[in-house]
Design a binder for this molecule. Sequence first.
Ligand SMILES: CC(C)(COP(=O)(O)OP(=O)(O)OC[C@H]1O[C@@H](n2cnc3c(N)ncnc32)[C@H](O)[C@@H]1OP(=O)(O)O)[C@@H](O)C(=O)NCCC(=O)NCCS
Length: 186
Amino acid sequence: MHRRPATVAIVTTTPRLTLRHFHPEDAEAIFAYLAHPASVRFEPYGMPSRADCDAIAAERANDDRFIAICREDGALVGNVYLAPEGPPAWATWQIGYVLGPEYWGHGYASEAVREVLREAFESLHAHRVIARCNPVNVRSWRLLERVGMRREAHMLQAASFASHPDGTPIWHDSYHYAILDSDPRP
Ligand SMILES: CC(C)(COP(=O)(O)OP(=O)(O)OC[C@H]1O[C@@H](n2cnc3c(N)ncnc32)[C@H](O)[C@@H]1OP(=O)(O)O)[C@@H](O)C(=O)NCCC(=O)NCCS
């Protein structure tokens, strides 16, 4: 039987990156990567203000689900998110990620996600890690396939992060990806 730890607590390095916990002092850096329309286009939240980022940094400093991605030069380029999914006995985690648009196209997200998957399977003894994304978010599902995750489902009209003027939901489809502890990881 797999057992899932209560917290993530990932602090690690990769060839080009350091993955660490957030600090309250990260507010300016969070604003710099998150306050772009492209960063939040497929997220359930909107662009944060600078003041919102003070609160976000303070919250994340006490929330191990959010893992800051830092480059060798110290730039905080984005975050990975790793959260428990379902009952602890299922040993299942959901992964997510956001990078500032100026940091796309360098392989940083793949490098960070690969390392978090390695930690999830080797340190947290995950059985299954899942991810969901809008099919229109091609960069996101290409990343998921690059790191060895398998598309298991195309869910129709499975999520809504916005409404029509009359209040009815604007539905979008959702791809569901997963990787198992028994799968090969590139
Ligand atoms: C999803 C997201 C993280 C993907 O970022 P990304 O930079 O495309 O992903 P990767 O880190 O895998 O980088 C891959 C790209 O870097 C390039 N690259 C350059 N140098 C590289 C290197 N040394 N190693 C690997 N790839 C490299 C690859 O060729 C590829 O480029 P391409 O897309 O033009 O083919 C980014 O688009 C994002 O933050 N979006 C907003 C938030 C979001 O939508 N999150 C997901 C919600 S479901």
